[in-house]
Design a protein around this ligand. Structure first.
Ligand code: ADP
Ligand code: NI
Length: 214
């Protein structure tokens, strides 16, 4: 029974994201769902909740829904339309609403399933995939990949983060390199460490190539 719910939800999400170019395309969801399954198994978290929350985690993102509120409503309506038990609906919706809160002081995830899905989403922003997504996003936004004259922003408001011009390489310092210290689960931390090391290696070579040194 739960497998058919997962399949139907997968179809719903694929359809919603089919024209997405903000870094939240279907394959981001695919990868986060796979990561959530891997982490859930290690942590003994509920697989069904993790997979469902991973599949739906970006539907309430402001870049996809008009507002976060509308997005959350849509998730709820979807889960009701497939007649999911309300205790599951509440858990999934609470994971998604906590995760999508983008303000500075993020409240910690309340349940192990929430921790798993948040780790999975963060992992997809680092490592080889994270590098690829960052350059793709920057290109789509018309930003340069690097400009030595644009300083890394130490502190910024949500609006600055979204709308001020930056570069792909600055984004490493403004976000990507900070993620490994925010992981919730043990296996998530381990995976993040490996992906983090890859980011550092990439940057080191990038700057050497930039100066024609190798
Ligand atoms: P998330 O939904 O994971 O919080 P975002 O919506 O902030 O991520 O961004 C989606 C993808 O685009 C991520 O891989 C992220 O690192 C990348 N990205 C976000 N903002 C920028 C930016 N200003 N420059 C380059 N890449 C960015
Ligand atoms: Ni995401």
């Amino acid at each position: 029974m739960s497998n058919s719910i997962i399949e139907k939800t997968e179809e719903f999400v694929r359809e919603k994201l089919k024209d997405e170019s903000s870094g939240h395309d279907w394959y981001h969801i695919y990868r986060v769902t796979k990561l959530a399954e891997t982490i859930a198994e290690h942590e003994g978290a509920d697989r069904f909740i993790c997979v469902m929350a991973a599949l739906l985690h970006d539907i309430a993102d402001e870049k996809i829904a008009g507002t976060e509120e509308e997005g959350l409503k849509e998730v709820k309506l979807w889960l009701e339309s497939i007649a999911l038990e309300s205790k599951y609906i509440d858990h999934i919706v609470s994971i998604i609403s906590t995760m999508s809160f983008k303000g500075g002081n993020q409240s910690p995830m309340q349940t192990i399933e929430g921790k798993v899905v948040q780790d999975a989403d963060r992992l997809d922003a680092i490592g080889a995939i994270g590098i690829g997504r960052t350059f793709a996003y920057s290109g789509a936004k018309g930003q340069l990949m690097y400009d030595p004259n644009i300083p890394v922003r130490e502190k910024m408001t949500k609006d600055q983060y979204r709308n001020e011009k930056s570069t792909a390489v600055n984004h490493f310092y403004e976000k990507l390199l900070k993620l490994k210290d925010k992981m919730n689960t043990e296996i998530g931390k381990k995976m993040a460490d490996e992906r983090h090391a890859f980011l550092e290696k990439f940057l080191e070579q990038f700057f050497e190539e930039w100066e024609g040194k190798r």
